[in-house]
Every structure is written in C-alpha cells, then in structure tokens.
Design a protein around this ligand. Structure first.
Ligand code: GLY
Length: 378
C-alpha cells in the first residue's frame, strides 16, 4: 500500500523531469551545463568535471521515453569529449564521472563499439593516476604553476572507480579492478573517520606514500563533514561492494549512511556541511541529498528485507522532499530541476543554486524508485 503511494508520486515526478529536460534541451543542446544562474544553466567547457551529467541525464530519460532527440544530444556531447581525451593535459581523476555517464552509458544501452573504446582509453588514463606507494588515485594536476598536489586524493574519486570496475569486466583484465580496490581500501582506511564522517581531501607523501593530513577542501573545515563528500562515500562504497562483494565496503557504506541520515534536518535535505556554523549553516546542498538517495537505494538493494528499509525509506523521503519542496515544476523561468544546491561554499562559487549533478542524481534516484535501469555505474 505504502509502496504504491510512493510510486504514484515518483512516476509523476519522473514525467515532470522528462518534460522539463526536453524543454531545456532546446536551449542547452549538446552543451555542458554546471550551475544555474538567474534561471539559466551556465555552459562550461567540455574539460570541466561536470561534463558527463547532462548527457547522463539525457541517457536516463531517453532509455525510458525513447525520445530520439535526447539520444542524439547525448551522443553529440560524447563526441565533443574526444577532444578532451586527445588533448590529455586537462584530464584528472574525474575521467570516471565524465566517461561513465557518456561512453559507458552509450555502450551499455546501444552496444556502441566506438563508445567502448573511448571508455577504455579513459579507464587507462584513470588507472595511470594510481600512486603505488600510497595506494591512491591522484586527484588533480597542478591548478597553477608550481603547485605540488601529487599527494592529493579526494573522496569524490570513489565515484570514479566504477569506470575501472567496468573496464575489468569488459576486458577480463583484473588490473583495473586491483587498482580500484586498492584505492577504495585507502578510502576505508584514511578517509572515513570513526564516527562515519568523511574527509574531503587526504594528503599523502607521493614518494613514501605516508598519510600526512586530512584537508577541508570544499567542506567548512578540516574536521567538518561536507555533505556531498559524505554522499560520494556512501554511493562509491555501495558501488565498490556491488562490483567486488567485499563486505568491508558494504559495512563502511552503512556506517557513513548512518552518520548522514542521523543529521538530516526536518525536510530530509542536508545542509551543505553537517558541521557548518553560523551564517554558513543557512545553506542546503540538494545535490548531496539526491546523490545520497540514489546510493542509499542501491545499498538497500544489497541488503535483506530486515535491513533494506533502514536505507530505502529515508532515500524515498529525500527524493519526495526534493520533488515537493525543491522542484521547479511550476517555474518555467528556471532550468534547474531542483533548487538549493551548493557547489563550493569556501570558494564562494555557486551557492544556493540548481546544479547539474543534483538534477542527474535526482533523475537517477527516481529511475531507481520506478525501476527504469540500467544504471551506468553498475
Ligand atoms: N567533485 C567536486 C564536487 O563534488 O564539487
């Protein structure tokens, strides 16, 4: 009875998301939206880490609607990413986000061989970022002349590991999986605190591999709890469990989920940092809520009937709140699907705005609730 009621609103939400995405596609086309300002998504260059989310959203909605115009735009986005792959210099660990939601998606849905090769090239570049001594995937190249970030790894990268798991599965070559597991073991060991909260950045000595420190990054402070990073950890660990069956990943995902769920406010959508203080406390991050909800639904699917509701029910509450309280269905002047995302509070960028990854995970969460897979990370 309860499940039927939930599905009724989720189907309605799915159709609203489809309608709005179709409308947005007329202006955005095969562009690369990131954050919405003044009601319109600002389009980024294809090398920006967010380049996969719009095509990923198009693929999710195409797969159910069979609206060929959405497929065509997703394919055009993927083609534009070739330039980024070939130029090489701007690539970082977000190869996973970018090529999982474009080329892996295209390969999974249509069996496109060119897409398979693109995704394998991306997986090779990602694997090559592995630091053997520290057992971590290096996050970025220097952002400015002389910066030394060789020892930086970030929690977001947990969501990039599915590209390596996928490469291991399609090639039969376990090296990709070994690297992904080694990185995820480092996540468990060095990123997750005893209380289930998560560091955004961890710095290692790139020569010896020794742990040096946890860094606040996009969170409020080094020992705070950035909510999107917490969501990346929940979903990334659940996916690592899905691909490997290692119970340590499952139990760690549960531990981080308990930290996340225990700190949600009344409307179930997290503040941008669970430990932000003062004025900073005013802002939510709807993208963290959406990402966590999709991850929690996967986690629930991995558990038996006694434990699954612990994760499934709050995931439904998050998605329903995003639909009812954050959705823009009656606002034609806003392209974003859900309001109140926070991209980078410490840098003062894109605060309290719709974010394309919020939209993507919201749509993916609805797809999970209404049984509209496949999901490209799995
Ligand atoms: N991966 C960067 C972010 O979550 O904002």
């Amino acid at each position: 009875m309860i499940a039927e009621t939930k599905h009724a609103w989720a189907e309605e939400a799915w159709h609203q998301a489809l309608k709005k995405t179709q409308q947005n596609s007329l202006r955005i086309g095969a562009g690369f939206p990131h954050a919405s300002r003044g009601g319109q998504y600002v389009l980024e260059q294809p090398f920006w880490w967010t380049a996969g989310f719009w095509p990923g959203q198009l693929w999710l909605l195409y797969n159910d609607s069979r609206d060929e115009s959405l497929r065509a735009l997703a394919e055009q986005c993927e083609e534009q990413l070739d330039q980024v792959l070939n130029e090489y210099v701007r690539l970082d660990h977000d190869l996973g986000f970018m090529w999982t939601l474009t080329s892996v998606a295209s390969y999974k849905l249509l069996g496109n061989e060119v897409s398979r090769i693109r995704a394998l090239k991306a997986a090779n570049y990602l694997a090559a970022r592995f630091n053997l001594k520290g057992s971590y995937i290096r996050a970025w190249n220097p952002w400015y002349e002389g910066e030394d970030n060789r020892g930086y790894a970030i929690i977001d990268c947990a969501m990039n590991m599915p590209l390596l798991f996928w490469a291991a599965e399609v090639t039969g070559d376990p090296r990709y999986r070994h690297i992904a597991e080694a990185h995820m073991d480092t996540v468990v060991k060095h990123f997750i605190r005893p209380d289930g909260s998560v560091y955004h950045i961890v710095r290692f000595d790139p020569e010896s591999g020794e742990f040096i420190e946890g860094i606040g990054g996009q969170g409020y402070a080094p020992e705070s709890a950035w909510s999107r990073g917490t969501a990346w950890a929940i979903y990334g660990l659940a996916l690592a469990y899905h691909h490997t069956g290692k119970t340590e990943y499952l139990h760690t995902a549960q531990k981080v989920a308990h930290f996340f769920l225990a700190r949600l406010p009344e409307d179930h959508v997290p503040h941008w940092d669970f430990r932000a203080a003062g004025e900073a406390r005013n802002f939510r991050d709807s993208s963290a809520g959406a990402c966590a909800a999709s991850g929690l639904l996967l986690l629930a699917d991995k558990l038996g009937e006694l434990e699954a509701p612990v994760y499934r029910e709050p995931a439904v509450r998050i998605l329903e709140s995003l639909y009812r309280n954050y959705g823009t269905w009656d606002n034609e002047a806003e392209e974003g699907l859900i309001l109140h995302g926070t991209s980078n509070y410490p840098a003062g960028t894109n605060i309290d705005v719709p974010l394309i990854y919020g939209d993507f995970f919201y749509v993916e969460g609805l797809a999970r609730l209404t049984g509209k897979g496949p999901y490209y990370w799995e």
